[in-house]
Design a binder for this molecule. Structure first.
Ligand code: ADP
Length: 913
């Protein structure tokens, strides 16, 4: 049997177990007498006054009606069933308290005795342990969650836990404040407020340094009522309400505060628990935030490296390797999986021209710790592209065994290529300036004067001087004395107007003068004061001399044109004059200035104008010159003959733009020619007088015979009408024949027409024969005519062609007659025949007079050349004939045939139109 003491001692785990048999009043606890049904008969013991219900023994209530609902279940059934069980019974106590008891039941007399001891303190201890365990688990849970959640969810997760924490400890306002790295002040990182609590803080709020002064070793309670706050700044953080702060310390000191507003902490939770809990939140949070910062920094660095085309490298001398940033591997087209490369692989990427230098500098870096800074090109396969340039920079970090060799590579292709391009452009420009005939100079402004301060290198090759030669007063002394005033004026104008353009001569080292075109500009400072003049000298010696020569030659030509007795003019293809000199103006009876605009065609007959225009249209760049004799109707004069020479001026396309013409008045020559022709004609006529007399005698003889015969018949009285009629008709025919000869002589004797006319050359042949053939026959010369069976037109004067033919035939007659004197047996003949082709008609006059002495053939066309005795020959016949034929555009020539001379008159055929 277990004694009551032992039982209680065991049940309660206490040494001072209460004795069951102690007097009822002395029993510390509750002692209840129950009947077999479990009705309460009496209650005694020290705890009795703490019961809620007033117990009366008359009522005999069942035990479980006195108990709280949860323990009512453990006393189901009858008391006999409860024996040997430890009973935990909770009674309704006063003021809402619950009376926690533990005890057992024993038979007692007729009924049962239930003895119970107060175990409230035991439960509290248990609860505390339990709560602490739960707190610990919560802390671990929070810590775990904060450690594993994604960085982006970190604030939310923290806030959730802050929320659950606050709810669990019934904290109206809870916040976690962290030390902000940037501002070095405190800041609310996360914040929770119960829905009915006033908002004390907000997320992100800055608290400044108000928390710095707080002792961060233990939680701190701000209990206003107890006047514990001696820190007014801290008080204001909590809005002067009560508060509770828990610090979290890391190696550097307090790193976080858990702030609880309207809350003073709980008695059940120890300071250590609070510290642990806060550490469980703050430690992982801070580590995650550090991780995040680190991550961001890494990202930033990587992005920066990517943007700059740069990346770090680290030498690993032990393995003769180099480690490269991923960006570098990418931009160097190395395999990204292997960040370590052998040093040689890396150096292979560098252009051979730069490789050795880089290698040697790397060795200096390792051996001497000399910082590395150099620019290198990459070895590229596609040579078309611009080279890729990298700046390689490196340094030693740390000392002794912990030394590291770290650096970066930066893509500077843009800068380098620009630099190279700029340098090339600069060099080109320098070269250009140096090799051009231009000299660039700068003159500095010093108290009103300009002093040479710079000349481009081209000065030396151009003039042979250097800057020193031109300094001070040197320059002025080099200027040509005649141009010095001009030069001083140039300087004055430059200072006055800001720019100037002038031209003067400067002496070179050899003593020759160069014409320099000087263009200068004055540069002023912000205040508008002159600073320096920048200018350019251009050697224009050749151009100036050429211009001078052109001017001179133009002047010479102008004088030549002006003073020339010839008519000189320029006119457009439509015959409008653009220029004419004085002689031309004199002929046209106006002043030279009035000539431009006049129309050349105004002085030409329609026919002449057409011919003129046609001739001009034939001009080509290959054959730009054409000469002709034109006849004009000038004001106040009858007719003028000008020998006119035109030269066409053509544009690049070969179109005629202008004609330059030179003319000479040929009227006088023409007149004398005409007179000559006329006198020659008269001479011919005179020559022909004998022939003509014969020509007229012939009909006269016939008529006389007829008249004699008629008269004889009349005297015989034998007059028949028919006979008379026949004789009279014969007379009439002969009269007509004589009249024709006389008519023709009259026509032949007349002066030629002014202008050439088209006519059939056969007409001239017939006219000639009509004048000569009878006379020739009379002299025993046989005239052989081959009748022309064609009709063509030539242009000229029919009487003049007739005169040519007469001359030829008269010459032939003379040759024949003198030949017959020597050789009486000669049967003289003259043959005339014509032929033509598409362009020319030829009239041949041949004789059998023995021909012309070959030595004289060249000379017979000369004027006044004759082999005939003085007084007989004039020596003009052939020369005049030659002129006539030529004037008709034809040719007169002679050859010696078998029997005698063969003269040929060749004339161009003109088309009918
Ligand atoms: P002219 O008849 O007054 O002498 P021309 O000029 O007509 O002058 O002739 C020049 C010369 O040419 C003649 O003197 C003559 O010697 C020579 N001549 C011209 N025609 C003939 C001819 N048919 N046969 C031989 N000689 C000729």
């Amino acid at each position: 049997m277990i004694s009551g003491d032992n039982l209680f001692g065991r049940l309660l785990g206490r040494h001072n177990a209460l004795a069951l048999d102690a007097p009822a009043t002395a029993f510390t606890g509750l002692q209840l007498h129950l009947d077999h049904q479990g009705r309460v008969l009496s209650i005694s013991g020290s705890l009795r006054p703490h019961l809620a219900q007033h117990f009366s023994s008359d009522a005999k209530p069942l035990l479980h009606t006195l108990l709280c609902a949860n323990s009512a279940l453990s006393v189901e059934g009858l008391p006999a069933d409860w024996q040997r069980h430890s009973l935990d019974l909770d009674f309704q106590g006063t003021a809402g308290h619950i009376l926690h008891t533990r005890g057992g039941i024993e038979p007692y007399g007729e009924g049962w005795t239930l003895r119970l001891l107060d175990i409230s303190d035991l439960l509290v201890g248990q609860q505390l342990a339990q709560q602490r365990e739960q707190d610990h688990q919560l802390a671990c849970h929070i810590s775990d969650q904060l450690r594993v959640c994604s960085l982006s969810r970190l604030p939310d997760v923290l806030n959730e836990h802050l929320c659950s924490l606050a709810q669990r400890w019934h904290i109206p306002c809870a916040a976690l404040a962290l030390l902000d790295d940037e501002s070095q002040g405190w800041q609310i990182y996360s914040y929770y407020a119960a829905h009915d609590a006033p908002a004390l803080w907000q997320t992100g709020q800055r608290l400044g340094t108000s928390l710095d002064s707080v002792n961060g070793n233990a939680p701190l309670s701000l209990d206003i009522a107890q006047g514990r706050s001696d820190n007014p700044r801290l008080q204001s953080v909590f809005g002067n309400a009560e508060g509770f702060l828990v610090p979290y310390r890391d190696g550097q000191g307090v790193a976080a505060w858990l702030l609880c507003g309207f809350y003073t902490g709980q008695q059940h939770t120890s300071d250590r628990d609070w510290l642990n809990l806060t550490a469980a939140i703050a430690a992982p949070l801070l580590s995650r935030l550090r991780e995040q910062r680190h991550h961001q920094q890494l990202e930033r660095v990587e992005a920066l490296q990517g943007l700059l085309g740069t990346g770090w490298w680290e030498l690993l001398p032990a393995t003769h390797e180099i480690q490269l940033a991923p960006q570098l591997l990418r931009s160097l087209s190395l395999e990204e999986s292997a960040s370590r490369q052998t040093l040689d692989t890396w150096l292979e990427l560098i252009h051979p021209a730069d490789r050795q230098e880089l290698n040697s500098r790397l060795q200096d870096l390792q051996a001497l710790g000399k910082p590395l800074l150099t620019s290198v090109r990459l070895q590229r396969t596609d040579t078309e592209q611009n080279p890729v340039w990298y700046r390689v920079q490196g340094q030693v970090l740390g000392v002794g065994d912990s030394r590291r060799w770290i650096g970066f590579m930066l893509d500077i292709s843009d800068i380098k290529n620009q630099q190279l391009q700029a340098a090339a452009a600069h060099a080109r420009l320098d070269n250009l300036i140096a090799s051009s005939p231009a000299v660039i100079y700068v003159q500095r402004y010093v108290s009103g004067a300009l002093h040479p301060a710079f000349f481009s290198d081209s000065l030396l090759p151009l003039l042979g001087w250097t800057l020193a030669d031109c300094s001070h007063e040197g320059l002025a002394s080099l200027i040509h004395p005649e141009d010095r005033d001009l030069y001083f004026e140039r300087t004055r104008q430059l200072l006055r107007e800001g720019n100037v353009r002038s031209r003067y001569r400067v002496r070179d080292k050899l003593g020759h003068y160069h014409w320099l075109l000087d263009e200068a500009k004055l540069l002023r400072d912000d205040l508008g004061l002159p600073v320096e003049a920048v200018g350019l000298w251009l050697d224009v010696t050749e151009a100036t001399q050429a211009a001078e020569q052109i001017k001179q030659s133009e002047e010479r030509y102008r004088l030549l044109v002006e003073d020339s007795p010839a008519m000189i003019c320029r006119y457009r293809p439509d015959l409008t004059l653009t220029f004419g000199n004085t002689p031309l103006a004199n002929y046209l009876e106006c002043r030279p200035a009035q000539l431009p605009g006049l129309h050349l065609g105004d002085w030409l007959s329609d026919e002449q104008r057409q011919a003129f225009v046609h001739r001009i249209s034939q001009l080509t760049p290959e054959f730009p010159v054409s000469t002709a004799e034109i006849s004009l109707q000038l004001p106040g004069r009858e007719h003028a003959w000008w020998v006119w020479s035109d030269r066409g001026v053509f544009d690049e396309q070969g179109a005629l733009v202008e004609v330059q013409a030179v003319g000479r008045d040929n009227t006088e020559v023409r007149r004398s020619q005409q007179q000559l022709t006329q006198s020659a004609k008269m001479a011919t006529l005179g020559e022909m007088a004998t022939g003509l007399a014969h020509e007229i005698n012939q009909p006269l003889n016939v008529m006389r015979m007829a008249i004699v015969n008629v008269l004889k018949r009349l005297s015989n009285g034998d007059v028949q009408i028919d006979y008379l009629t026949e004789k009279l008709q014969r007379i009439d025919t002969q009269v007509q024949r004589a009249a024709r000869v006389v008519d023709h002589m009259r026509v032949f004797g007349r002066r030629s027409e002014i202008e050439q006319q088209p006519f059939d050359p056969v007409q001239a042949v017939e006219g000639t024969l009509s004048l000569l053939s009878e006379g020739l026959r009379g002299k025993g010369v046989d005239v052989r005519i081959s009748p022309a069976d064609f009709s063509v037109q030539v242009k000229g004067y029919v009487d003049q062609l007739e005169q040519v033919l007469i001359n030829l035939m008269v010459n032939a007659r003379d040759a024949l007659l003198s030949q017959r004197e020597k050789h009486p047996e000669l049967r003289p003949w003259i043959a005339v025949h014509s032929e033509h082709d598409s362009r020319h008609v030829r009239i041949w006059v041949e004789d059998n007079g023995g021909g012309i002495d070959p030595r004289l053939l060249e000379r017979i066309f000369e004027p006044f050349f004759t082999t005939k005795p003085i007084g007989v020959g004039t020596g003009l016949g052939l020369s005049v004939s030659y002129g006539i034929v030529e004037n008709m555009g034809g040719r007169l020539n002679v050859v010696n045939g078998e029997d005698g001379a063969r003269f040929c008159v060749e004339l161009p055929i003109v088309s009918e139109g």
